[in-house]
Design a protein around this ligand. Structure first.
Ligand code: LAC
Ligand code: ZN
Length: 467
């Protein structure tokens, strides 16, 4: 701690709650990392960062924040893509990194109970050791946390077959306004004793309370996987193949789309050759299950469909190492595309049959605005990440015309039956566009819920909703 004379008086109260060593103030060597996340080049300074170690401390912190009218910004791994964990209005960043225990893996009932700061991949590996499976797999799973996944309702490639974070959240302990600790839901597959409260908090971006304990459903770990890469000569054909594969009754666990510029970006970023980077687009398709012969039959059906789209020269991974390599490359897509130049990433989602219209429409809009765009993402979910690149544009054009181009992309998305974010959230950066997706009545209901649960407006203000 530094410069005691210029510190607000409440810093001393914070220290009494969490201890001095759990407080990070401006100037501290760790402070900088809490001013940013993975969203473009945003930087917001809180007045303090605190790293509590239990729910009791968080209850006291909430009471202090309410008394002092201080924003309280919950933060997980800092991997967010919509600025949800940034202190855009100052106040306190509440890092949940020390609440990182796996409390129980219940092998009889297929539930795991964890604290919010557990890294997603750590949880996955712990349950997999017991033959169990927690499927949601955001690209950042090696550094994002379960708490952050709940805040943003994170998805990932396996959502197609297994669903997103919300589909696994059955119980939550939450510190509410007034510092009360509530337990919603639990290890129960069925529960209609009251509103479906756990789900209200999933995707609420820390705006309604602070989650301190989480009970997640698990399933049995599938034993085998087959992974295939299919090259295409046009992005339209790649997108059009997606609903046809599904129509044949096969449910892949992942069906990903990467266009050529994305493959080339990965190639440049990783300094290595990427298979099919000379083709217009690829689909990465994976099936999983417990019977190898059934998986081989599914791959054959998929290959038949692909042939109809002239994607005959597929590559089928023959070893686990090849599968791992394909997925490492896929997971690095975001980082690779963003390393090219200044960018803005959108997270469009439509019903999958409308995917060709979305992908072609986004390219058409961007070329009209003189913007370079690189698309990749979860084609099976109709969820495409569109990265708009500044490239040769002047600062002025980028600043003034970009929001217009984005609005046009979002209007197209909504007209196709989609919405403006599938898995990255509204957070700070998409708030201004929310009225394109939601009516005033719909936004009004959310605002009333927010006021009811957070009457003093301390929980992550300025996120998820327009003012
Ligand atoms: C991905 C992240 C950006 O799909 O959502 O790679
Ligand atoms: Zn994604």
């Amino acid at each position: 701690m530094s410069d005691v004379q210029h510190q607000p008086l409440w810093i001393a109260d914070l220290a009494r709650i969490v201890g001095e060593r759990a407080i990070v103030l401006p100037g501290h060597e760790d402070f900088e990392k809490y001013t940013q996340d993975e969203t473009e080049n945003l930087r917001f300074c809180p007045q303090a960062v605190i790293r509590p170690e239990n729910a009791i401390q968080i209850q006291q912190l909430v009471r202090l924040a309410e008394r002092e009218h201080l924003p309280l910004v919950p933060r997980g791994g800092g991997t967010g893509l919509s600025g949800g964990a940034l202190a855009t209005r100052g106040g306190i960043v509440l890092s949940l990194e020390r609440l990182n225990r796996i409390l129980e893996i219940d092998e009889q009932n297929f539930f795991v109970t964890v604290e919010p700061g557990v890294i997603t991949q750590t949880l996955q590996e712990a349950v997999e050791e017991k033959g169990l499976f927690y499927p949601p797999d955001p690209a950042s799973r090696g550094s994002c946390t379960i708490g952050g996944n709940i805040a943003e309702n994170a998805g990932g490639p396996r959502a197609l077959k297994y669903g997103v974070t919300k589909d696994y959240v059955y119980g939550l302990k939450v510190v509410l306004s007034g510092g009360e600790l509530a337990t919603f839901g639990g290890k129960r597959l069925k529960d209609v004793s009251g509103y479906n409260m756990p789900q209200l908090f999933v995707g609420s971006e820390g705006t309604l309370g602070v989650v301190t304990e989480i009970t997640l459903k698990l399933i049995a770990l599938p034993r085998y996987r087959r992974t295939l890469l299919a090259p295409f000569d046009s992005i339209e054909r790649a997108a059009a193949a997606v609903p046809d594969i599904m129509a044949r009754g096969v449910l892949p666990c992942a069906l990903e789309f990467l266009e050529q510029d994305c493959l080339k970006a990965i190639e440049a970023h990783r300094s290595m050759h990427v298979r099919f980077s000379d083709r217009a687009a690829v689909l990465l398709i994976e099936v999983d299950g417990n019977h190898e012969t059934a998986l081989d039959a599914e791959i054959e059906i998929i290959a038949e469909v692909l042939e109809n789209f002239s994607a005959a020269d597929c590559f089928i991974a023959e070893t686990t190492a090849q599968q791992t390599e394909i997925w490492d490359l896929r997971r690095s897509a975001g980082e690779a595309v963003k390393s090219i130049c200044a960018y803005k990433e959108e997270d469009t989602v439509v019903p999958r049959s409308r995917l060709p219209e979305l992908v072609l429409g986004v390219h058409e809009i961007c070329s009209r605005w003189g913007l370079r765009v690189i698309c990749y993402g979860h084609a099976g979910d109709g969820n495409i990440h569109c990265n708009l690149l500044k490239s040769g544009l002047s600062d002025e054009k980028w600043e003034h015309e970009l929001p217009e181009a984005i609005s046009e992309i979002f209007r197209l998305t909504v007209s196709l039956g989609g919405t403006i974010s599938g898995e990255h959230g509204i957070g700070h950066v998409q708030r201004r566009y929310l009225p394109i997706a939601l009516s005033p009545a719909e936004i009004g209901v959310e605002q009333r819920l927010k006021t009811a649960l957070d009457p003093l407006g301390i929980f992550n203000p300025g996120k998820a909703l327009p003012d």
